[in-house]
Design a protein around this ligand. Structure first.
Ligand code: C2O
Ligand code: CU
Ligand code: CU
Length: 432
């Protein structure tokens, strides 16, 4: 904390090296580290500032994914940090407890910077969440999992990945930058904060023995109540928090298993885009003696009712096709829409293609009104900032921007498959 109570973080983007196998270094990038970045933690109501220094030899930016904050500090493509330069974004946290993250967002260069390892988590807490008694000892029973798909050569050196329509796909996943990871659990309940930080791969998390988990949160915070589920699909950029129950001494594998039906579209295309892949993600190793955990409460968060039809001020359509949105490619000099603050808008996102896409909106946590005409399943009924855009499906979002408004600095909406984003599958909006 500095003298006026602002919580100050410092992040320096730099090149580094990681030995995924002992003695075999691969080039990786990170923040204050050789790979990835530290987990930032703040409380609702706190003023925060991040001193971001760029020690790379190319320009970067730093975006706060899921954060509701002024457009001038959003860290999008209009806020580059040149090599050797720094920026000092500052804002007040004003949203519920959640698992957010940060990553670069430079114009047409986001995929390669994130792929090299520029990413980290930003956890928010609030008093209501703390009062629930959920597992919350960081690294003990509250465990962040940054999951990325990568490829290695036979010696264990990172290599390029095969390209699909979705983008580059790796042959295996790493967790928090570690190959073949395991976690030694010492408590009956373990809360896993899952982030799909892959650039293109859609992951489907499950325990290999099929036992259910309790999903307690989605992108923007806690669900109304825990949802018992055996399988959690996350497209790039999405997060979920799940609580897993362990028995003493056991080992169970958290894996990712996708099916072409779940990826959607067309069986052959889904297969080409990772829709049939299975990976071991993390082995959970339970100690012989596990500390008892308090049960997960039956009610988690007060979610407001969805706004009714007469509360929707305007409806907009976003057709996803090719690498375009509404047949247009990103133009940094064009504002695609202007939203009025404090008004509920319905955004109809229609993936009209057979290929996977996703849809992410800056500065907002939205609610899903419908997917393919049906209400969302309970795990998608909470706060979201990124949604998997199932091929040939229409998704209705209810979006509202409550921040200060700024007629000059735009926010972005885009596909979070980063090759698509870099190829122009992005638009810009002002909130006024
Ligand atoms: Cu996760 Cu516009 O970004
Ligand atoms: Cu974002
Ligand atoms: Cu896309």
């Amino acid at each position: 904390l500095d003298a006026d109570g602002t919580r100050v973080f410092a992040l320096t983007a730099e090149r580094g090296e990681t030995e995924f196998e002992p003695g075999v270094p691969s080039e990786t990038w990170g923040y204050d580290d050789d790979h990835l970045g530290p987990t930032l933690v703040a409380e609702r109501g706190e003023r925060v500032r991040v001193d971001v220094q760029n020690d790379l030899d190319e320009a970067t930016t730093l975006h706060w994914h899921g954060m509701q904050l002024p457009a001038a500090v959003d860290g999008g493509p209009h806020q580059p940090i040149e090599p050797g330069a720094s920026r000092h974004p500052e804002w007040t946290i004003d949203q519920p407890a959640a698992t957010l993250w940060y990553h670069p967002h430079p114009h047409e260069e986001t995929e390669q910077q994130v792929e090299r390892g520029l990413a980290g988590l930003f956890l928010l807490h609030d008093p209501a969440e703390r009062a629930l008694g959920l597992p919350s000892a960081y690294g003990v029973d509250d465990v962040p999992l940054i999951v990325q798909d990568v490829s290695f050569d036979d010696d264990g050196r990172r290599t390029g990945r095969a390209t699909s329509f979705a983008g580059a796909l790796g042959d295996e996943t790493i967790v928090n930058g570690t190959r073949s990871p395991y976690f030694e659990a010492t408590t009956e309940l373990v809360r896993l904060r899952l982030l799909n930080a892959s650039t293109a791969r859609i992951l489907g998390f499950e325990l290999a023995d099929g036992r259910p988990m309790q999903q307690i949160a989605s992108d923007g915070g806690l669900l109304a109540a825990p949802v018992e589920t055996a399988h959690v699909r996350l497209s790039p950029g999405e997060r979920a928090e799940v609580v897993v129950r362990l028995t003493p001494g056991e080992r169970v594998v958290l894996r990712s298993r996708m099916t072409s039906a779940e990826l959607g579209g067309d069986d052959v295309l889904a297969g080409l885009n990772g829709g049939r892949d299975v990976f071991d993600v993390l082995e959970l190793r339970a100690a012989a003696d596990l500390t008892a955990s308090a049960p997960v409460p039956a009610a988690l968060a007060d979610l407001p009712d969805l706004p009714g039809p007469d509360e929707v001020a305007i409806e907009r359509r976003f057709d996803l096709h090719g690498f375009d949105i509404n047949d247009r490619s990103m133009d940094p000099d064009r504002i695609d829409l202007v939203a009025e603050r404090g008004r509920t808008e319905r955004w109809i996102v229609h993936n009209t293609s057979k290929l996977p896409h996703s849809f992410h909106v800056h500065d907002a946590q939205f609610r899903i009104e419908s997917i393919g005409g049906a209400p969302p399943p309970p795990e998608l009924a909470g706060w979201k900032d990124t949604v998997y855009a199932v091929p040939e499906t229409e998704i209705a979002l209810l979006v509202r921007f409550d921040g200060p408004g700024d007629p000059e600095h735009p926010y972005m909406y885009h596909c979070h498959l980063l090759m698509h984003e870099d190829a122009g599958m992005m638009g810009q909006f002002l909130v006024v």
